[in-house]
Design a protein around this ligand. Structure first.
Ligand SMILES: Nc1ncnc2c1ncn2[C@@H]1O[C@H](COP(=O)(O)OP(=O)(O)OP(=O)(O)O)[C@@H](O)[C@H]1O
Ligand SMILES: [Mg+2]
Length: 216
């Protein structure tokens, strides 16, 4: 099987305790995997490891069959990975919605007019055109979450790592995100506590506990 993400016996210990050991997983090309587990089990920590934001783990991480063990090695793959953090508060780089959604395209050297046009389309697709000129820090938590998702999807990463993408969303917004994620053919790891959300995406579901990932 062609794997986008491979984890081999990953273990992680923070300053207080061993969070998890023996975490092994293969996420195939365009496969959707959900990770569930108790509060504090280490789901967000695991996503940060895969997102290249945490390196003090043991075990092996591979992206597209390339072993990655340092920030330097990760660099080549960073633009392939779209990571939505659980808390998007500190995530935004521009004060206004449309500017922030355009930002990653501008950073890739795409011209302003084209980036603007693509950002407008992205906002339309996610049903948040009305937020286009709003100041991000004056938006609700759920609105901020969808804006953050727009900023990720617009760069068309090959892998999506989504940490509780619907935790602050109302049922309409959740339905919209389900439809969008269902229509996207990418490898995804989705952390969520929302059973109905996971069921509608129909991914493989794993529970994270201290001894690894258990398929449920
Ligand atoms: N920056 C940090 N400094 C110290 N401890 C941390 C830090 N971030 C997380 N932790 C601790 O690591 C453990 C795992 O946290 P993590 O956020 O990965 O859990 P989680 O499974 O995502 O939980 P939740 O379902 O509540 O989001 C928790 O006990 C948490 O208190
Ligand atoms: Mg978490």
């Amino acid at each position: 099987m062609s794997c986008s993400i491979t984890l081999k016996n990953i273990s992680y210990k923070n300053e207080n305790r061993q969070l998890f050991s023996n975490v092994s997983l293969n996420v195939g090309h365009e496969e959707k995997v959900a990770v569930v587990g108790a509060n504090g089990a280490g789901k967000s920590t695991l996503l940060k490891i895969i997102a290249g934001l945490q390196y003090s783990y043991n075990g092996e991480l591979e992206l597209f069959h390339n072993k990655i063990s340092s920030k330097k090695e990760y660099k080549e793959f960073r633009s392939d990975v779209g990571y939505l953090p659980q808390d998007v508060n500190d995530y935004f780089l521009c004060p206004v919605v449309i500017e922030d959604v355009m930002f990653n395209l501008r950073a890739k050297g795409i011209k302003k007019e084209e980036a603007y046009h693509k950002a407008v389309l992205m906002l339309e697709e996610l049903g948040i055109s009305h937020l286009k000129n709003r100041v991000i820090y004056e938006l609700s938590g759920g609105e901020q979450k969808i804006v953050a998702l727009a900023g990720i999807l617009i760069t068309k990463p090959k892998i999506l790592l989504l940490d509780e993408p619907t935790n602050a969303l109302d049922s309409n917004a959740e339905e919209k995100i389900i439809n969008i994620l269902n229509s996207i053919k990418k490898s995804m790891i989705i952390v969520s506590h929302h059973k109905s959300f996971i069921e509608k995406l129909a991914p493989s579901v794993y529970k994270l506990n201290e001894n690894g990932l258990e398929k449920i």
